[in-house]
Ligand binder design. Sequence first.
Ligand SMILES: *Cc1c(COP(=O)(O)O)cnc(C)c1O
Length: 499
Amino acid sequence: MDNLSPTDLPPADASSLDPADWSEFLAVAHRAVDDAVARIAALRDGPVWTPMPEPLRQGFRQALPMTPQPLAEIYAQVMRDVIPHAMGNQHPRFWSWYMGAGDLTGALADFLAAVDGSNLGGGDTAAAAVDMQVTDWIRQMVGFPEAASAALVSGGSAANLIGLTAARNAMAGADLREQGLAAMPQPLAFYASDQVHNCHDKAMNVLGLGHRALRRVPTDAAFRMELAALRRMVADDRAAGVKPACVIATAGSTNTGSVDDLAAIAAFCKAEGIWLHVDGCIGALLAIAPQGAALVRGMEQADSLAMDLHKWMHAPFDAGCVVIRDRTLHFSTFSEEAEYLARSQRGLAAGEFLHNYTLETTRSFRALKLWMMLRHHGVARFGQLIDRNLAQARALAAKVGADPKLTLMAPAATSVVCFRYEPETGDADAVDALNRELLLRLQEAGIAAPSGTTLRGRYALRVAFCNHRTRIEDIDLLLDALHRIGAQLESGPPLARTA
Ligand SMILES: *Cc1c(COP(=O)(O)O)cnc(C)c1O
């Protein structure tokens, strides 16, 4: 089909925010699509990340714009100053932290969703139907029963907060929604491994329980929660008059990708009458991977599950999901009445008010990207790509294991590989310093973007394979660069020892 001609359109209304000149807008918008596709097609040949020069940084400290500027000019500045200094997570050799590599279908959907404008807080719209369809698909993907509910949220942190709020209210022994924390007959304790993500600390703060109510259970050599220790801590709390409320099991820890023994923890929680919340921000989607699914067996027994679709499903940011086994409890935790949000039998307000399942009222139409991506690629494709990342992690771990200059720092249970470069000489602090510098040079040269972490007090390079564009040859490229830069550092002047 040919591009739309502005002469086919009703005249523009320059008194509104709509484009005063359709043809100007169309030209920029078409150009933006062409540029985006060209950029994604050529990713591999460019640097992963390009540091921002200081003058450019200054350019983002301009006065508040008071007068209009042509869209084409602004677009040119975005292309010149913003896009080249993106995070780089679309690049095949981006392996930092843990995040998806993006998807053009999802990006197109985000554009369509923004133009459509539906607010998913409520209303009888097709957008709401798409949202309910997608959350039901996600429920099926992670093996939860039909009676479970799910809500799309901004990400894993929000999903975990919602799950922990439901856990707190269900376990408090008082009507917390009405009476607040002061009505609790006993203090509550939550339990998570010492590898738990820090969003749970934020949640404990927001929930009014405080950091100390989140007990840190030690982990074994494979960074998994020690069950014997959990059992002991729960018993000690009971003896002290504290109510064990919730175990937060991690399915894919951020540091090492380790997965707690979900089936054993589920059995323990069931026997003890404790809420099981699984933080599956990294690992929940393993459930759809033919090879990976066995790693998260038991997850489907959780009372609540937090997951991220902007990680292993590569949805453009942001998209997370919380799944709760008991829909009624989910609803009663978050639903609030308001005369201005009364549901009607017919008309726009006839739909279910989805805000009753989350903390937000206004919600974006993030369901559209998931709906379009799942339909366009098919769920099996995402599972295969997850398995491919698992295989890449195993391959890198094997190469590290066979390389006398490298040491594996943790088992690569899923898709994260932690290791370090070993210089010929130098004490432990010097080795840490060399590895820190090695990472920065890799990133600054734009070759690859692992991140770093500290495991049991020692610094480690960390390669997190959550990338549908990574190929096996990218691993050799990384290792060649590591050896080259490592050798340069070993023969160079000593490095400062601070982080
Ligand atoms: C990423 C992550 C989170 C936080 O999710 P966001 O989407 O960044 O808010 C929580 N827990 C784990 C294990 C994670 O990896």
